[in-house]
Ligand binder design. Structure first.
Ligand SMILES: *Cc1c(COP(=O)(O)O)cnc(C)c1O
Length: 389
């Protein structure tokens, strides 16, 4: 994901390189976002002066705040979104010999977190409308070895968790939500974490709530799981000199927790801008016959980590938009069952037709909070120009 040229020529480049940048309407907006970095430096100074570097007060404060925002009982800050999923599965006792159901249309980390527990990822195809797991296909993939389901709330659109919970309960399966795209998203008023064992979030610089490096968090309503997760992230230590089980080092960094907490003040603004920009694009793209948007549903608060749609002549459109300085991107061009890393799982092309079709037709446009109406209009106009030609 990190070797596409568009990610290398963004706003974050030093001034002297900017003249070479082709792309003006970027997915990357970090320089604009952290124009007030000195305010954050002041808060970090407190951490330094207190020597409060590991699991410091800022981590506790942020965990409480993040849990509060998402109406969850407990939050456990960890090293990354990937670790959040991995440690959740570990805390649930999942490992070699177990099967975990997940979609093949996702970012590598979802499947990486499953595979590195020693469990076998079992793919189930997605729905064409919304790109989330097709819940009607799940029962067909359940075997006596199935232990858990890891749904992905693609682009910040929460899966039908009530229906998924019913299926999970029927077969006594655990649910670990990959909510890395879904900070502050809801379905029927419920946040990720409400109906699962855990919900996992990432604070990677390209996520909606983004820190200055890596970070992640786990939400749960189970006291027992929260205790186990706190052990697993910190060497299994119950106190300085007592280790309960040999485990990992995956703490949310205190400095990153300061930044995450600072961003919580801005979260509703960030989210609303994404929603408004996406609605604006929806209203202007819905009549373009070559583009297929998702059905928008009243009971969903989608947070548009990505604004993506299916389109005809995707590769040509993408090149055309890039030539106009619009950072149109493909998330993601190859579904995971066709990756070299999955070869031992025995899947082949054609096994997940919807994921394969989406990978060939999906395109994303930037909708972050620094995109202007003029830029949105320019994107719409450029797309229409492409199809009219
Ligand atoms: C970003 C992401 C992750 C992993 O998050 P990291 O913090 O980068 O480890 C997992 N799943 C999905 C769907 C993601 O987009």
């Amino acid at each position: 994901m990190h070797n596409e040229p568009s990610q290398l020529i963004g706003n974050f480049l030093p001034e002297q390189y900017k003249k070479d940048a082709l792309l003006e309407i970027n997915h990357n907006y970090l320089t604009s976002q952290f124009f007030d970095y000195k305010e954050i430096f002041k808060r970090i100074e407190g951490v330094v002066l207190e020597n409060d570097f590991t699991l410091g007060k800022a981590v506790d404060d942020f965990e409480k705040r993040f849990a509060g925002i998402h109406k969850a009982e407990y939050a456990i800050g960890v090293g990354s979104g990937t670790d959040a999923i991995f440690l959740s599965l570990k805390a649930l006792g999942i490992g070699p010999g177990d099967e975990v159901i997940t979609p093949p249309f996702t970012f590598f980390a979802t499947v990486g977190a499953i595979a590195t527990t020693g469990a076998t990822p079992v793919f189930v195809d997605i729905e064409i409308d919304g790109f989330n797991l097709n819940l009607d296909l799940i029962e067909g993939a359940i075997t006596p070895r199935t232990r858990a389901i890891v749904p992905v709330h693609w682009a910040g659109r929460i899966c039908d968790m009530r229906k998924l919970r019913q299926i999970a309960d029927k077969y006594q399966l655990k649910i670990v939500e990959d909510a890395c795209h879904a900070v502050s998203a809801t379905r029927d008023g419920e946040f990720a974490g409400a109906l699962s064992e855990t919900a996992c979030f990432s604070f990677h610089p390209l996520k909606n709530l983004n820190v200055w490096g890596d970070g992640g968090i786990i939400l749960t309503n189970s006291l027992e799981l929260s205790k186990r997760l706190k052990l697993l992230r910190n060497h299994g230590l119950v106190s300085r000199n007592e280790c309960h089980e040999f485990a990992y080092n995956s703490r949310l960094d205190t400095v990153q927790a300061v930044i995450a907490d600072y961003l919580c003040d801005k979260l509703s603004g960030i989210t609303n801008a994404r929603i408004n920009n996406s609605k604006y694009l929806d209203s202007h793209l819905k009549d373009v016959p070559q583009i297929q948007l998702h059905t928008r549903m009243e009971n969903l608060k989608e947070v548009y980590h990505l604004y993506s749609f299916l389109c005809e002549k995707r590769d040509d459109l993408s090149i055309f938009l890039r030539s106009k300085g619009i950072d149109a991107k493909i998330h993601y061009p190859t579904p995971l069952h066709l990756q070299p890393a999955a070869s031992h799982l025995g899947y082949k092309r054609g096994d997940f037709p919807i994921s394969e079709r989406v990978s060939n037709q999906v395109l994303s446009l930037p909708v972050h909070e620094f995109i202007s109406i003029e830029q949105l209009d320019f994107m719409v106009q450029s797309i229409k120009e492409f199809y009219d030609a």
